[in-house]
Design a protein around this ligand. Structure first.
Ligand SMILES: Nc1ncnc2c1ncn2[C@@H]1O[C@H](COP(=O)(O)OP(=O)(O)OP(=O)(O)O)[C@@H](O)[C@H]1O
Ligand SMILES: [Mg+2]
Length: 238
């Protein structure tokens, strides 16, 4: 079986007195696309923030590449290949497309390789190439999502965490974004995909987890989950 890249055990995260994540277990193995689905306020983003060390956790543990991330800094984890595209994209609006991509590689020193990776991102997202010198803040939501994904790829992720990449996009853009997620996965990048669009996320994934009110309530093979009446009733509007 493939190596476990990310292992979460008994994870608990709170905001003051409010427990947002109440003890969850899950793992992501090398080469997998795993989807974490669940409705608003389930605790998905909180979980992503804990994994990337942007939020401390109270209990349990998170292991990346077999070692606890406890006490490590967010940038240190990025350098090791744990890279997130946050909810809401977080592109640098007053910088150009190219500058945003260069920032994604700022932990790297290999200039020639960085230039090659920018070309590779432009090949994946031709739209970004057309707009290379445009300010990121003037791009559409879908274009900004592409840029955020491109920027994350510049860090050469071992595990790419995507927090609701389809949020707020038009149906055509949603199609495009899911197509790109598949392309990235097909290139061999391990992906943890957080989505409210459960149907699309499970269609793409190898395995899935359902999160409700801070707990994981279902998990399994994504295709099996897609056909599970309980999942269909709760998340696929049936
Ligand atoms: N900074 C914060 N301070 C206090 N409570 C917070 C904070 N951020 C999130 N929460 C609460 O934690 C719970 C989980 O929120 P979280 O953002 O993780 O949900 P989510 O599953 O990502 O939802 P969505 O699909 O809407 O993005 C919610 O009840 C939310 O109100
Ligand atoms: Mg969220």
């Amino acid at each position: 079986m493939a190596q476990t890249l990310l292992k979460v055990t008994g994870l608990k995260v709170a905001y003051g007195g409010i427990q947002a994540v109440k003890g969850i277990d899950f793992e992501v193995r090398e080469g997998e696309l795993v989807s974490l689905i669940g409705s608003n306020g389930a605790g998905k983003t909180t979980t992503m923030k804990a994994i990337t060390a942007t939020l401390p956790y109270l209990g349990g543990d998170i292991e990346f590449l077999g070692k606890s991330i406890k006490g490590r800094g967010a940038w240190d984890l990025v350098a090791d290949g744990l890279v997130m595209v946050p909810e809401g994209r977080g592109v640098f609006t007053r910088m150009t497309i190219t500058e945003n991509l260069q920032i994604g590689a700022y932990i790297r020193k290999d200039k020639a390789e960085i230039a090659k990776d920018i070309d590779r991102v432009f090949a994946t997202f031709p739209r970004l190439k057309e707009r290379a010198t445009q300010l990121a803040g003037t791009m559409s939501g879908g274009e900004q999502q592409m840029l955020a994904m491109g920027r994350a790829l510049m860090a050469r992720p071992k595990v790419l965490l995507l927090d609701e990449p389809s949020m707020g996009l038009s149906p055509i853009m949603v199609d495009k974004i899911f197509e790109v997620v598949k392309q990235v996965y097909d290139q061999g990048v391990t992906v943890l995909l957080v989505e409210q669009n459960a149907s699309r996320a499970l269609q793409l994934a190898d395995r899935g987890y359902v999160m409700e009110s801070g707990l994981i309530t279902m998990s399994g093979d994504a295709k099996v989950m897609l056909n599970d009446p309980k999942v269909r009733a709760a998340y696929l509007g049936e």
